[in-house]
Unconditional design. Structure first.
Length: 384
């Protein structure tokens, strides 16, 4: 895949996802944004598990030998359908303002799960067929519906969910279509790659205990409104993850030289300063910006979180495919311990402010540990 295509698919994917997150952030009140964040986290869990079960399992199990598209797409399609059905069902049977929109949640989770796996296959195997088109179409749909929502339906939860669902389905529809396969493709895939999948899934589940489990635990402690503000911190750092995730296979091959480490840290500092600057500028305006305005008093911890997220996520990607099982497990346990204990303790002792500061500092400490693990991994070959 050419560098231009790589940049285009990464940028388009980031624009599509970021448009939805920003739309919710600047139009929804904290309570509605908290509800949106709850289902969005379910989609994030699906993407995390898809990486371990399907995407990175293919890379780690065959040491660079590409998996056949028929096997890969069969497993990823069944995975997307399972999570779409599960997400929609849980929302439908849970009494909340989200219940009527269960079908939008199902479409959003299923579409984004399939597109993320199809994109990974294209980038990993330099497959230009459908590598860019899906993300470009998804970005166009997201931007168009964001404009409609901002102009005509600002503050309506249904339209934010609908924008997420429509852009996800459009991106999936214009991806490379799955090859026909017998039912049970996902089971066969897992059985054949069990040795590679086991450490990756273990790592993902431990990670999700802090990145997804902790927010769910904080929601009843903080209340839905303050929980929405807490989740807004993560959303401000979303551009970092969105730009990095589509090019994960390339990042995993970074040489861990002093120049690379310095460049990543410098990039994190610049992004953190930019985030704080934007929030401080917003404090001088009177624009109606939904939950984002409630984040202005927390500009400094938000900047620390953005910087740490850039550093930690980059070296986490490197470590996922190169670190030994022991180092990978140790780093994940450190991050989970910090990510669970820190925000929960901060919320109990200091409410919303304590939770946000603890979140930022815990992320900073864990990012330094991921840097240590990535440096230790050096140029270790990718193996099961």
């Amino acid at each position: 895949m050419s560098s231009l295509r790589l940049i285009l698919t990464s940028t388009a994917a980031a624009v599509a996802t970021l448009s939805v997150q920003v739309l919710g952030l600047v139009t929804l009140a904290p309570a509605d944004f908290g509800l949106f964040s709850i289902v969005y986290l379910a989609g994030a869990f699906a993407l995390s598990l898809a990486l371990s079960l399907i995407c990175e399992a293919a890379t780690r199990s065959r040491a660079g030998v590409p998996a056949a598209w028929s096997d890969f797409s069969g497993a990823s399609t069944e995975f997307a359908l399972i999570f779409a059905a599960a997400g929609g069902l849980v929302v439908a049977v849970t009494p909340s303002p989200l219940a009527p929109y269960w079908w939008l949640v199902a479409l959003a989770i299923g579409g984004s799960a399939y597109r993320s796996t199809a994109r990974f296959y294209a980038v990993e195997n330099r497959d230009t067929r459908g590598s860019v088109l899906g993300d470009v179409v998804g970005a166009v749909v997201a931007i168009a519906l964001c404009a409609v929502t901002l102009l005509l339906h600002g503050g309506e939860l249904a339209w934010v969910l609908g924008t997420w669902a429509a852009s996800s389905v459009a991106a999936a529809a214009f991806s490379r279509w799955p090859a026909l396969s017998r039912p049970g493709a996902l089971v066969r895939w897992v059985r054949e790659r069990r040795a590679a999948i086991a450490p990756l899934v273990r790592d993902s589940l431990i990670m999700d205990a802090s990145s997804i489990g902790t927010p769910y635990a904080l929601a009843p402690i903080l209340g839905v409104g303050p929980f929405g503000v807490y989740r807004a911190v993560s959303n401000v750092a979303a551009p970092v993850r969105l730009l990095l995730n589509p090019i994960r296979p390339r990042i995993a091959r970074l040489r861990m030289s002093l120049t690379t480490v310095t460049a990543v840290i410098a990039g994190g500092v610049v992004l953190g300063a930019a985030a704080a600057g934007v929030l401080l500028l917003l404090s001088q305006t009177s624009w109606p910006l939904g939950t984002l305005r409630d984040l202005v008093p927390f500009a400094v911890p938000t900047a620390v979180f953005v910087m740490a997220n850039m550093v930690g996520h980059t070296f986490y990607i490197v470590s996922r495919l190169r670190a030994s099982r022991g180092d990978l497990l140790a780093a994940r346990l450190v991050q989970t311990a910090l990510g669970v204990v820190g925000p929960l303790l901060g919320a109990l002792l200091g409410g919303l402010s304590g939770a946000i500061w603890a979140y930022a500092l815990s992320t900073l400490l864990s990012s330094l540990y991921w840097l240590f693990v990535a440096r230790r991994s050096g140029h270790t070959p990718v193996t099961a």
